[in-house]
Ligand binder design. Structure first.
Ligand code: ADP
Ligand code: MG
Length: 790
């Protein structure tokens, strides 16, 4: 700041004589702005920028306030923090190499973790904390705990008791403790532990026959104990590093410690004050400092992530992500879309007349929601959720029909070749009757076939095209794309969605995303937060629950009975095996062997084999053949999603304990697709009872319920959401610390969402929250392709 006393005099001068100089002078705001621009807080500078245009009374009031502010700063700061000049967020985006206080080794180790900038480093939070305050008395150390002890070496000696080769006898002055080693070459131990010397060791305290001991303790050097030590993730991303993980750990710790101590205090607060107050969150500079260099915080609460600093950091992750998704949503809503306007009631009635079954109320409701959306001139972005077998496809067909009738093309994208064929057939069966051309585009078409499909899409002859990733190829050009339907969304990234949506040539097509697996509400919110959500919460009438049973290998004759029973009723059977070839390590039954076995067991029946190593066209042939006149399909999990063969009534899943619950539910959903009674047998080895009682508990969830949302909820609790969505959490969400596998974090999600919504209502483009905006752009700008606020 320029000379404070002079500034104060200047302002007083302006206010003298009933503020005569203030009335007359001009450029005052500009002058003050230049004097203060390096030191005053943003609200002062913002006011100064518009000062010269303010009405007189306001200028006067502001000057009086400014005088107080300058006066205060002149006094020595009470709180050290307040005297620190904050930097802009951008200043923290500098590459690590530019940080003079880090040496090359430190930079290298941080880079190997994927840390590129100063900001990345500050937000690379520890996984957990170790209490390394040495205990000086053994009485204070709990057996079973990892402890740090300050001891004196009484004796070092070689022993030979079969397990250990050397031991060091230590004392805390009163009691004894032994350090035990198994190394064959152990002379170095004599060098490390000299009789009479003082040592500080870290290790798990054990006790046997009233003797206390630690096996292979870590000998701590000065600087490696005394305080609470953060423990960081040490695995490299890609590159090979030739140092032990212990060395890496201490290098990372040292580098981050330095970085945080030098820079965290300048880190600008980006979270709005109202939110910090609402949750009593600490400031960001303190949060960063404490999380990396925790002092005076209870280790237990740190490790439970329940202290205010962790709570804030977790909230921040979720809040930023929600903001990004909502911004993305807004951005999309501004696009122009083809208006597919029709009388919803009339259309729905007409569509119903074309179907052989009555749509359920839930189907009607979501179809209406979709049609209303498509009638607007801005894009629909809707997620259609529903349990397995709830009838999502027919809803998509309805939306497709509406778009085609209004003269637009529709692209239907699915994740696998088999599904593409299946959907193609379903759509074709419906649209042939309407005289509407449906095309199929998959990677396995010949180049000539592809060229022909491209041509007909481009010329608009093909109205509906069903396909795989092949649809997002550059060569695919639409005549007039109005609607994009994406089935089984979670296999596709946001970017792929975008590539397809860009094919609308100026007009942004409507987008309907259908998820195969029911996703719990909280999670749907977090991952699909940029979409509106419709849920089909009702199954077609007459559907009966699939009877699910757990069966041990030793009860296998029951399977044979069940298979024979179903086949004699004219039904079809699936038998699923987890892997295709036997691996030496894990004894899994190979689907191929089992196929041979079942063929022998059922010589009169048509038994087929399907597995992932087959080519797409082979798979396709097998599925056709099974559908036509097959009896038993032995398969790996390639049939998992979407296959719809109503005559199938028995699903046998071998080694069921190796699957996640949602996957099992999805597999089970391949039966029970008609009004025939259906069964699912989950077969597990007898040994499970001994080695993995948890697995049985888990599988019983499926026995108990047929509700996919309930299953998904359980699955998420047990395995975390990444598994459910088929994405790695950190990669996909870009979180630093939040983890949706923790129920606490999921609970925060709704708050974060509400707060984000509220903030954007007040400040739609975050122009009043520049640091927040910068941070979101840094984290999600590329990932979500956020151009709205950029
Ligand atoms: P999912 O929601 O799992 O994708 P599908 O769309 O494949 O379910 O539908 C499952 C089966 O139910 C299909 O054979 C379909 O024809 C049938 N179906 C859909 N809706 C109804 C309904 N309202 N009444 C009777 N059967 C229906
Ligand atoms: Mg489906």
């Amino acid at each position: 700041m320029a000379d404070r006393v002079k500034l104060l005099e200047f302002i007083e001068g302006l206010l003298e004589n009933e503020a005569l100089k203030l009335r007359r002078g001009f450029g005052i705001g500009l002058y003050l702005y230049n004097q203060l621009k390096d030191s005053a807080p943003p609200y002062v500078l913002e006011n100064l920028q518009v000062f010269d245009r303010m009405p007189f009374e306001k200028r006067k009031a502001f000057l009086i306030e400014l005088k107080r502010f300058i006066g205060e700063v002149t006094e020595p700061p009470k709180d050290v923090k307040r005297s620190v000049k904050k930097r802009g967020l951008r200043d923290f985006l500098i590459p690590l190499d530019k940080l003079k206080f880090l040496d090359n080794k430190e930079i290298k180790v941080l880079k190997s973790l994927g840390i590129g900038t100063l900001l990345d480093a500050l937000f690379f939070f520890p996984l957990r904390y170790e209490d390394r305050r040495p205990l000086s008395s053994l009485k204070l150390a709990k057996v079973g705990d990892k402890v740090v002890l300050k001891l004196r070496v009484k004796d070092v000696r070689k022993v030979n008791d079969g397990r250990y080769t050397a031991e060091v006898i230590c004392t805390d002055g009163v009691d004894e403790v032994k350090l035990k080693f198994r190394f064959k070459k152990n002379d170095f131990i004599f060098a490390l532990y000299r009789r009479g010397s003082e040592v500080v060791v870290l290790g798990k305290l054990k006790s046997f026959n009233r003797e206390k001991y630690i096996v292979h303790p870590e000998l701590l050097k000065e600087g490696e104990f005394g305080g609470i030590f953060p423990v960081y993730y040490v695995r490299t991303k890609g590159e090979v590093v030739n140092v032990s993980s212990k060395t890496r750990q201490s290098r990372i710790r040292l580098a981050l410690n330095k970085t945080v101590r030098k820079t965290a205090k300048y880190f600008p607060e980006y979270l709005p004050e109202s939110i910090r107050k609402k949750y009593s969150f600490p400031d960001i500079d303190e949060t960063l400092l404490i999380l990396h260099t925790p002092e005076g915080v209870d280790v237990k609460s740190l490790n439970a992530f329940s202290d205010p600093f962790h709570r804030r950091a977790i909230y921040d992750d979720l809040f930023l992500f929600q903001l990004a998704l909502l911004l993305k949503k807004k951005e999309t809503e501004l696009e122009n879309s083809p208006q597919i306007k029709l009388s919803v009631d009339k259309f729905v009635a007409r569509f119903q007349d074309k179907l052989s079954f009555r749509l359920t109320n839930a189907q009607l409701r979501v179809l209406r929601e979709i049609l209303e959306d498509m009638g607007r001139e801005h894009p629909m972005n809707r997620l259609l959720q529903g349990d397995v077998g709830s009838g999502k496809t027919v809803v998509a067909i309805g939306a497709t029909l509406a778009a085609v009738e209004k003269g637009y093309q529709v692209a239907v994208m699915v994740p696998t070749e088999i599904l593409a064929h299946q959907h193609y057939r379903k759509f074709k069966a419906f649209f042939d009757k309407e005289g509407i051309e449906v095309g199929l585009l998959t990677g396995s078409l010949t180049p000539t076939q592809k060229r022909s499909v491209y041509k007909h899409i481009r010329e608009g002859n093909i109205k509906v095209v069903v396909g795989t990733h092949a649809l997002i190829q550059e060569k695919v050009e639409f005549h007039k794309l109005g609607l994009v339907v994406i089935d089984e969304q979670h296999r596709f990234g946001v970017m792929q969605r975008k590539l397809l949506l860009e094919k609308g040539k100026g007009l942004y097509p409507h987008c309907l995303v259908m998820s195969a697996t029911p996703i719990p509400r909280t999670l749907a919110l977090s991952v699909y937060g940029d979409l509106d959500i419709s849920v089909i919460d009702e199954l077609p009438p007459g559907r009966r629950e699939v009877r699910t049973m757990l069966l041990y290998d030793s009860e296998k004759e029951k399977l044979m009975e069940a298979v024979n029973r179903e086949l004699s009723l004219g039904n079809k059977v699936y038998i699923i095996y987890p892997l295709i070839e036997e691996s030496e390590k894990v004894e899994l039954k190979a689907a191929t062997d089992e196929y041979e076995r079942w063929k022998k067991l059922l010589p009169e029946r048509k038994v087929l084999l399907l597995h992932g190593r087959m080519s797409d066209s082979e798979k396709q042939e097998i599925m056709e053949s099974f559908k036509r006149d097959g009896d038993v399909l032995v398969s790996t999990t390639v049939i998992e999603v979407g296959i719809d063969i109503p005559e199938a009534t028995l699903m046998i899943i071998e080694d069921a304990h190796r699957f996640g619950l949602s996957q099992l539910h999805q597999l089970r959903g391949r039966v029970g697709r008609s009004d025939r009674l259906s069964y699912c047998y989950l077969v597990i080895p007898d040994s499970i009872r001994r080695v993995d009682a948890e697995a049985i508990k888990r599988l019983k969830v499926l026995v108990r319920t047929n509700d996919g949302f309930e299953v998904a909820e359980m699955d998420m609790k047990l395995r975390g959401p990444g598994e459910l969505l088929g994405v790695s959490q950190s990669g996909y969400f870009g979180f630093n610390i939040a983890n949706l596998a923790r129920s606490h974090d999921r609970a925060v999600l709704q708050n974060a969402r509400d707060d984000a919504q509220k903030l954007l209502e007040e400040d739609p483009k975050l122009d009043k929250h520049i640091n927040l905006k910068e941070l979101i752009l840094y984290r999600y700008g590329d990932k979500l392709d956020l151009s709205y606020i950029a």
